[in-house]
Design a protein around this ligand. Structure first.
Ligand SMILES: *Cc1c(COP(=O)(O)O)cnc(C)c1O
Length: 471
């Protein structure tokens, strides 16, 4: 008993610094910080106080003032929207961890108004009869890529799974060894094939696969010949990959369709910008792919979506599969995808779609912006030449010449590059750059010019000596 009482004393001592939830609720600084209802704030404070209690009992020492500071910091952190906009100064245009393609203001507007109101999603306004929710995107894709029909789903991973489930379950799909790839985030083509209920028949070798390899593997179980864009890696040297045309010719003789997973799915060529030409969606359709799948938020530059397009009879079969309902696109995605496609239809894609604005900017333009910003920074910094990349699994190994603001961390506070990068990421306008040696590099190619002022302000705040930005 005596021992237990002694423990209790220690505990009581340790917990002396712990404020009560009731006291914190009355704290004017906390009241001024929070947007929560009294009930919500009580709930949050109970959780925070319990965490502080555990820390004190574990032997951490803290004064009452220090604990109050921590509570205030936690309440402040809770207020910060986690999905607010950030500035991508990484030099990777389609950055998956930063949400991939930002959309044009027109697309964002179309998505916001679709979200805020009812939408004639499945009613034809002319006839008041039930109409297809895919009609607008389908009409646009027909114009832009020559596809008979289009179905939009949640993302391209869902598109590939759905297509294989609807067209190949219980049968086999022939794929080159060199294209049995992992796209990222654990999305592996052989696993997806298995999940769909189809059997994978791998042909050829890692570096060379000919049309005759597919032909030799075909039998009455063959549901499709498949091509997958290798996306995030490159095989160079002694290589050969049968083209969509070649496969389409072989398939046609036996009535077997070609499925082409393009991944990035550009509608315009990357060639005029000094990049290797990516096959466009129209190229694939023209080459005879019966079904093409592509992401909406890579080189297309729209919201997250998966596009399934091609032969009408096959698209109808895919749309009728039970999984189609489970992965279907919502009204905001459809409105955003359609609005993005209109940029290509009316010729404004290069001027309005952010991904293409970033690709199309000349290196001189990027350099000039970097120098103008650098000259206005109160802190000594420099402009350095860097290489930006497209990202998003498009054009691995290809780079675009760019310019970066190089912020020298040794001139700031602790001199720690990590600390400076962290301050840039956690400011009011968060900026994500990259660290190179003792410098944080902010690549201007992936920053839209209209964000230059916000970037400058945020950099100034991050470079200020610690303490002066704490109030
Ligand atoms: C990116 C990619 C996918 C997956 O697309 P998400 O839109 O990320 O789901 C599938 N296949 C290829 C070839 C890709 O490049």
């Amino acid at each position: 008993m005596a021992k237990k009482a002694a423990m209790s004393d220690t505990e009581t001592n340790a917990l002396r610094a712990l404020p009560s939830v009731a006291a914190l609720l009355r704290d004017p600084d906390i009241q001024a910080t929070t947007s929560l209802s009294p009930a919500g704030l009580t709930e949050l404070l109970q959780r925070i106080v319990a965490e502080q209690r555990t820390a004190l009992l574990a032997g951490q020492r803290a004064t009452r003032a220090e604990i109050r500071e921590r509570v205030l910091a936690d309440v402040t952190r809770f207020e910060r929207p986690r999905l607010g906009g950030v500035i991508n100064a990484t030099g990777v245009i389609i950055h998956t961890n930063l949400g991939r393609a930002p959309v044009s203001p027109e697309t964002a507007g179309a998505m916001a108004s679709a979200a805020a109101s009812s939408v004639a999603l499945e009613i034809d306004a002319e006839t008041n009869q039930r109409g297809g929710r895919m009609q607008e995107v389908s009409d646009l894709m027909r114009l832009l890529a020559g596809a008979e029909a289009t179905l939009v789903v949640n993302n391209n991973a869902a598109a590939v799974l759905l297509v294989l489930s609807a067209l190949a379950a219980g049968r086999s799909v022939i794929l080159s060894r060199g294209e049995a790839v992992e796209i990222g985030g654990g999305f592996r083509i052989p696993d997806v094939l298995r999940q769909s209920g189809a059997t994978l028949v791998e042909v050829g070798t890692t570096n060379r696969t000919y049309a005759k390899d597919y032909e030799a593997a075909m039998d009455d179980q063959t549901a499709a010949l498949m091509k997958v864009h290798p996306s995030n890696f490159q095989v160079t040297g002694f290589t050969y990959a049968a083209s969509v045309e070649e496969l389409a010719a072989i398939g046609a003789a036996r009535g077997v369709p070609v499925i082409d997973d393009l991944g990035s799915g550009a509608l315009v060529s990357t060639a005029p910008f000094g990049l290797r030409p990516e096959p466009t969606i129209a190229d694939s359709v023209r080459s005879g792919a019966a079904i093409v799948t592509a992401s909406g938020d890579k080189l297309l530059g729209g919201p997250q979506a998966g596009l399934i397009l091609g032969r009408r009879d096959l698209v109808n079969r895919i749309a009728a599969h039970p999984l189609a309902r489970a992965v279907r696109a919502d009204k905001t995605c459809l409105a955003g995808t359609a609005r993005t496609l209109r940029h290509y239809a009316d010729g404004t894609a290069m001027a309005r779609v952010p991904v293409w604005r970033m690709i199309a900017a000349t290196s001189q333009e990027v350099q000039d912006r970097a120098e103008r910003l650098c000259a206005r920074l109160s802190h000594p910094s420099a402009v350095v030449p860097v290489s930006a990349t497209v990202g998003g699994g498009a054009l691995p190994g290809e780079t675009l010449p760019s310019a970066a603001l190089a912020l020298d961390a040794s001139q700031v506070d602790s001199g720690s590059t990590d600390a400076l990068a962290r301050r840039l990421r956690t400011g009011e306008t968060p900026i994500f750059g990259r660290i190179e040696g003792h410098r944080v590099l902010l690549d201007l190619r992936t920053v839209l010019p209209e964000d230059d002022e916000a970037l400058l302000t945020a950099v100034e705040v991050a470079l200020r000596p610690t303490g002066s930005d704490r109030l």
